[in-house]
Ligand binder design. Structure first.
Ligand code: NAD
Ligand code: MG
Length: 328
């Protein structure tokens, strides 16, 4: 079994840490590091809407350039699409000699879209959870697991620096695992495409549409194929598949064993292989980067298409009844 790390030497982060971006991950890293006693400066672009929020949280907020200047470590927590441009325009030339550059996902390093010079440590601390959970669990005294990796070890101490940062954001409370930029990127892309986002979204939609096409009420199909998924996933999260199967009825458990493999059959596994192949060959990255360069035209049209499906319109109505005002 892989070694799960819990401890790091926070005193390695005695200088300024520049957190660039104050979105999902940015706000969580900045606040958790600050609460761990690290000196944090948040670097934002001119007129950034999140600047006020960061200031209200008591953080020092500056331009990206000023945050990078004098920083021991620069954490690039911008959307993956904009990292290359911001790195080129504001980060690169202002890095202190020997400053470390940190990523929360390996995409831009693996596909060589950001190339820090040889004198800088290039490290990764990738929390395995959304930024808002990384912050919430930290304030509750828990942590979110994280992966660490070293791409470039200029200082000879890059691994320990990554470990210190991971501990600073609270990951040591949950477990820190060592990986490489390649392994993190390829598994992350595969997971979100085949299982977590793509696979789950299509499974829900296909189930919903199968019931509706057979003449069942869309509202019932929605409760059955989407709403209840959370309750099932909560059980899986708590105690694995066995715990979920223990909690559901024997009828549900029997149907699970006999029908699950008919949905996710050998051909589905072959298609998973081919999705993984496109990730490993770089074909997926080229496709996505081409769309980034085309003003994300395809992303925008796919997003609009998804929003217009019956699943979403029925869901909007039903959720408005189930959730308190202000929730989605
Ligand atoms: P995000 O989209 O939530 O936030 C990005 C921040 O960057 C925002 O505060 C925005 O104001 C700022 N920003 C956007 N464009 C900018 C520009 N041109 N110049 C300066 N600032 C700009 O991003 P995120 O989801 O937190 O992702 C950050 C990194 O963390 C990515 O590498 C991502 O892959 C990784 N990551 C994210 C999650 C997650 O839960 N969202 C999980 C693991 C890893
Ligand atoms: Mg992920």
């Amino acid at each position: 079994m892989a070694t799960i790390l819990r401890d790091g030497d926070l005193s390695l982060l005695s200088g300024k840490v520049a957190v660039i971006g104050y979105g999902s991950q940015g706000h969580a890293h900045a606040l958790n590091l600050r609460d761990s006693g690290v000196q944090v400066a948040v670097g934002l672009r001119e007129g950034s809407p999140s600047g006020e929020e960061a200031k209200a949280a008591g953080l020092e907020v500056t331009s990206v350039t000023d945050a990078v200047k004098g920083a021991q470590l620069v954490s690039l927590l911008l959307p993956d699409q904009v990292q290359p441009q911001v790195f080129e325009d504001h980060v690169h030339a202002n890095l202190e000699p020997g400053a470390a550059v940190l990523f929360a996902h390996g995409f831009n390093i693996l596909y060589e879209r950001v190339k820090p010079a040889a004198g800088h440590d290039v490290i990764m601390v990738a929390p395995k959870g959304p930024g808002h959970i990384v912050r919430r669990l930290f304030t509750e005294g828990y942590g979110t697991p994280a992966l660490i990796a070293v791409e470039q070890d200029a200082s000879g101490n890059a691994r320990n620096l990554a470990l210190a940062y991971a501990v600073g954001i609270g990951a040591g409370r949950a477990g820190i695992l060592e990986t490489t930029f390649r392994e993190e990127t390829e598994t992350d892309l595969f997971g979100e495409q085949a299982v977590l986002c793509g696979g789950t979204a299509e499974l829900i939609r296909a189930g919903f549409e199968t019931l509706v096409a057979a003449g069942y009420q869309p509202e019932i199909a929605y409760y059955e194929c989407l709403h209840e998924l959370k309750l099932i996933v909560d059980l899986i999260y708590e105690g694995g598949l066995a715990h979920m199967r223990w909690s559901v009825s024997d009828t549900a458990e029997f149907g699970d064993y006999v029908s699950g493999p008919r949905v996710i059959d050998a051909t589905a596994r072959e298609r998973m292989q081919s999705i993984l192949g496109d990730i490993q060959s770089g074909a997926f990255a080229r496709e996505w980067v081409a769309d980034m360069d085309a003003d994300e035209t395809r992303l925008k049209s796919l997003r609009a298409e998804a929003a217009a499906t019956q699943l979403e319109t029925v869901g909007k109505e039903l959720r408005s009844l189930m959730h308190r005002a202000g929730e989605r």
